[in-house]
Design a protein around this ligand. Structure first.
Ligand code: KIV
Ligand code: ZN
Length: 530
């Protein structure tokens, strides 16, 4: 056992420490459309590591070359967190997982198999055959790594006796953490607690093991189910930033962390997470995944700390606690104010961005400052949200092969919508005029005419950054070509210009990906249980 694992266990029993296991980069990222680039995965892993997450599930190494490379790199870069990789109950998966994580300071192998009747039918194994498979694979993992997590997938729909039997086998084979997944989001709080209590009571050897809870949110109960499991004895919560994940998503990290903090009076458990870093990582995950956070989402939604009605505002001015159970700064939300204008200088911009969690090098600051000035010419009041949107524009003048020089659109109720556009492609100016079903469509048709490609647009998303008709629009575009998925982002007070820039950004990334080769196609999914 690693020192760290023993320390975590010791503290879990003496101080009721709950370990936070973040699976944004594995369960979150496998949600259709949430694909992140290699660099984005590294950035999110670093933020997770810095905020005090105990375990980062960095990916599923057998799934693709890209997953393997990301997990290996995260394993090398992480300073504090344990780095975990997922593996099905197969020797090949487990070996590949170990290859990817073995450079981590604290590696963990997470292996699993579906134990419910429906899941057992997929590999067509009898209960005895499955029991043997669990013993062999967990033992194999434990021979490679002294920190092994085992999960009976669809545990909440598995027969109680069989679940106890498989958990006991995994413990005897050397598993150090047992995770109990509610794979289809089916359980309810009382049942979630009863299941953990039952396992702790009935399974021999369970008292020396950390039990984890892994909930999906199909019935909107993931957070409640996770907390109920903790009250029954689970000491690890598996979760994702913003609740990202397949279907209705996973338990949201920010919700369980803040629930344990704010209601520590009735749930006296500690996590190691610095909650003031929540807003920053939430914004980054929303931005790189293209999954915007709903306005009224608990903790990280735009309205979570907004008090608009007259009665509320009056109460808030007298005493913030009247309508507030936590302070915005507890989650890293600085008060929204008019921060800057066209006379603000570079040093002020740097300092403001640092307050918002962005550390910039000199060249990056120069680039952002130019865009800030352009924005300040068009928009009188620049809010924190405007600056965050500016930071999402990740153009690279050095490597971008396509640049927007100028454009004009004609749209309205009469006649065809048309766009004229000049792009600089590999240093040469090219222009065209195209029509389309609306100004955005016409503009995208211009790009397609000037830079022919077969990429399919998978997502086109627009959101207003602030209120007012001069608000910036942020646009996310995701496209796919031959199994390569790229995203592009931009922000501008003109929605059509922001859309074109986001498209051009994605296309520049696609050109780089074409040169590098390789695809994002996953050869296997965790659902292919062989
Ligand atoms: O939901 C689930 O069952 C999973 C497993 C792979 C742990 O994500
Ligand atoms: Zn899951």
């Amino acid at each position: 056992m690693t020192d760290q694992t023993s320390a975590a266990r010791a503290s879990s029993t003496t101080q009721d420490r709950v370990l936070i296991f973040d699976t944004t980069l594995r369960d979150g990222e496998q949600s259709p459309g949430a694909t992140m680039t290699h660099a984005e995965k590294l950035e999110i892993a670093q933020l997770l590591d810095e905020m005090g997450v105990d375990i980062i599930e960095a990916g599923f190494p057998i799934a693709s070359e890209g997953d393997f490379a990301a997990v290996s790199e995260i394993a090398r870069q992480s300073q504090n967190a344990q780095i975990c990789g997922l593996a099905r109950a197969q020797f090949g998966d487990i070996d590949r997982c170990w290859e990817a994580i073995k450079h981590a300071k604290q590696p963990r192998i997470h292996t699993f198999i579906g134990t419910s009747p429906l899941h057992r039918a997929i590999p067509n194994l009898t209960m005895d055959e499955m029991a043997d498979r669990i013993h062999e694979t967990v033992s194999h993992a434990r021979n490679l790594c002294d920190n092994v997590q085992w999960s009976p997938m669809d545990a909440t729909r598995t027969e109680e006796d069989f679940l106890c039997r498989t958990v006991e086998i995994a413990i005897n084979a050397g598993a150090t953490t047992i995770n109990i997944p509610d794979t289809v989001g089916y359980t309810a709080p009382r049942e979630s607690a009863a299941l953990i209590a039952m396992l702790l009571e009935k399974v021999p050897g369970a008292d020396g093991i950390i039990f984890a809870t892994h909930c999906h949110n199909d019935l909107g109960m993931a957070t409640a189910n996770s907390l109920a499991a903790v009250e029954a004895g689970a000491r690890q919560i598996e979760c994702t930033i913003n609740g990202l994940g397949e279907r209705a998503g996973n338990t949201a990290l920010e919700e369980v962390v803040m629930a344990l903090k704010v209601r520590n009076d009735i749930m006296p458990y500690q996590t190691g997470v610095d909650s003031s870093k929540i807003m920053n990582i939430s914004r980054r995950v929303a931005s790189v995944s293209g999954f915007a956070v709903q306005y009224n989402k608990a903790i990280v939604g735009k309205n979570a700390f907004a008090h608009e009605s007259g009665i509320h505002q009056d109460g808030m001015l007298k005493n913030a606690e009247t309508f507030e159970i936590m302070r915005p700064e507890d989650v890293g939300l600085a008060e929204t104010n008019i921060v800057m204008g066209k006379h603000s200088g570079r040093a002020a911009l740097r300092s403001k961005l640092e307050n918002l969690g962005y550390e910039l090098g000199d060249n990056q600051l120069k680039d952002v400052f130019v865009r800030f000035k352009e924005l300040a010419d068009r928009k009188k009041e620049i809010y924190d949200e405007d600056l965050i949107a500016l930071m999402r524009i990740a153009t690279d003048p050095e490597t971008d092969r396509i640049k927007l020089k100028s454009m004009r659109v004609v749209c309205g109720t009469e006649g065809p919508n048309a766009a004229t556009m000049t792009l600089v492609v590999d240093g040469t100016e090219q222009n065209t005029e195209q029509t389309g079903d609306g100004p955005v469509d016409a503009s995208f048709n211009c790009i397609k005419a000037l830079v022919p490609h077969t990429a399919r647009l998978q997502l086109y998303q627009v959101a207003a950054v602030t209120e007012g008709t001069d608000a910036q629009a942020t646009v996310s575009v995701r496209m796919e070509e031959d199994g390569r998925i790229v995203t592009g982002q931009s922000a501008d007070t003109d929605t059509v210009v922001a859309s074109v820039r986001a498209y051009v950004h994605a296309l520049n990334r696609l050109l780089v990906r074409r040169e590098k080769g390789g695809t994002d196609k996953r050869e296997v999914s965790y659902k292919d249980v062989g």
